[in-house]
Design a protein around this ligand. Structure first.
Ligand SMILES: [Zn+2]
Length: 64
């Protein structure tokens, strides 16, 4: 049984962005689905430390 981490499920300890509340909503800026990291540079780079401002705003707007 392999313990190799899957690219779609990065370790939270290594990926602070996964702790952000905004990760639970889709990102309107880059199109990342809920639970997935934001991407930059046309999806070639994952944003492990933060999410797009628009995503934070979308999450805030969902908290009615
Ligand atoms: Zn994004």
């Amino acid at each position: 049984m392999t313990t190799r981490p899957h690219a779609a499920a990065p370790a939270v300890d290594d990926t602070p962005a996964l702790r952000l509340p905004a990760i639970t909503v889709d990102c309107p800026a880059c199109g990342a689905p809920a639970g997935a990291l934001c991407t930059s540079h046309s999806g070639t780079r994952q944003r492990r430390y933060d999410v797009h401002r628009a995503r934070t705003a979308a999450h805030a707007n969902a908290q009615h």
